[in-house]
Design a binder for this molecule. Structure first.
Ligand code: SF4
Ligand code: SF4
Length: 343
């Protein structure tokens, strides 16, 4: 993850199109676009399990996707473009291939990737995605609905996936009872495979998965997501981060920044005061407001001196100290210090 270039515009809209464009280009490294709504699973640790994303299949309107790509092309975007949020993008093969192709045509150097549950993966599907322009793939193998995580079963799922793809997965991480990770390359595509005990190590998705909210945990860590991410749901609604779920009424009413169509371009949406407020709130170490107070995503302790540095950034950019008042007039030996004028 590249370092954030902290600057005034992150906390106060630069106000002009050029400044907004520069701000986005200098800060955003991950554009997340939910190209569709459908997911074939209902994992209990995912907010999808509380709604119906199976019978009603929606796609992000093509003109909204085109607008996002067109804007990114204007800044010759070379960072990451993710094509999933709470959807299973591989479930609609023609749509996914078209969206990868369009992105690659507009953004020749961009890193295009997404996460999948792997249910639709096959060698020829991988080849087609590579030909369309996909850069990298993340596969999370989930337990079947109702089954709790266990290591032997996760390893069985890894083995099944490996057989289906005709290629071995090199396991490079194992934390008993928590996670297994591995990787393979197929048709030149790097594929990262995970299995995670989300019942224990999941996040509460901005409070929408209540059973994962830890009663005693309160976040004090900063969060970089509203800085380096730009997140768009399948309806074209913009959120400060990927933890927010457009099908959740409270999230939509309270956390949405607006719709892509409300703004002249994505740069104006990113620079808006609503986004700036999230960034100001999450810049420093210290207690957080809801829904960030219970979010454990990427929590960490400060590096030496980091708290002080972030406090200083806050004073500089968020609560700037007003121009120093004139030095108080102090008499020295019967004369006034400011200008030496005697009275
Ligand atoms: S975790 Fe992934 S696969 Fe499971 S329901 Fe959510 S989006 Fe679908
Ligand atoms: S701390 Fe807040 S902004 Fe950051 S990922 Fe969690 S919910 Fe999103």
């Amino acid at each position: 993850m590249s370092e954030i270039v902290f600057q005034q515009g992150l906390f106060r809209d630069p106000g002009d199109p050029g400044g907004r464009r520069r701000l986005f280009a200098e800060t955003v490294t991950n554009v997340v676009v939910e190209i569709s709504s459908y997911c074939n699973r209902q994992c209990t640790y995912c907010p999808v399990s509380s709604v119906d994303r199976i019978s009603d299949r929606k796609s992000l309107p093509a003109e909204i996707y085109a607008k996002i790509l067109e804007n990114l092309a204007q800044i010759s975007y070379v960072q990451s473009l993710c094509l999933n949020l709470y959807n299973e993008p591989m479930a609609d093969r023609p749509l996914l291939i078209a969206r990868i192709r369009e992105a690659r045509a507009e953004l020749p150097k961009c890193r295009i990737y997404f996460s999948t549950n792997g249910d639709f993966l096959s060698p020829d599907y991988v080849r087609e995605m590579v030909e369309a322009g996909l850069s990298e793939l993340y596969v999370t193998v989930h337990m079947p609905k109702g089954r709790r995580y266990d290591d032997p079963y996760a390893i069985t799922l890894f083995t099944d996936l490996s057989k289906r793809l005709g290629k071995s997965i090199k396991v490079d991480g194992f934390s008993p009872g928590a996670t297994i990770s591995g990787r393979m390359t197929l048709h030149g595509l790097p594929i990262n495979v995970f299995s995670i005990n989300y019942d224990v190590y999941g996040t509460d998705r901005a409070g929408s998965v209540k059973k994962l909210t830890q009663a005693t945990f309160r976040r004090t860590s900063p969060c970089n997501r509203p800085f380096h991410d730009f997140t768009v749901s399948h309806e074209g609604t913009i959120f400060p981060c990927c933890q927010m779920f457009v099908d959740n009424e409270h999230h939509r009413a309270s956390f949405a920044i607006g719709r892509i169509t409300d703004f002249p371009d994505i740069f104006a949406a990113y620079a808006t005061q609503a986004m700036a407020r999230w960034r100001a709130e999450l810049l420093r170490f210290g207690p957080k407001k809801s829904p960030c107070d219970t979010c454990n995503l990427e929590c960490r302790d400060p590096q030496p001196g980091e708290s002080e540095r972030r406090d200083e950034l806050y004073r500089r950019f968020v609560r700037p100290v007003p121009d120093a008042p004139p030095h108080p007039r102090r008499p020295i030996f019967g004369r006034w210090l400011d200008g030496g004028k005697s009275e």
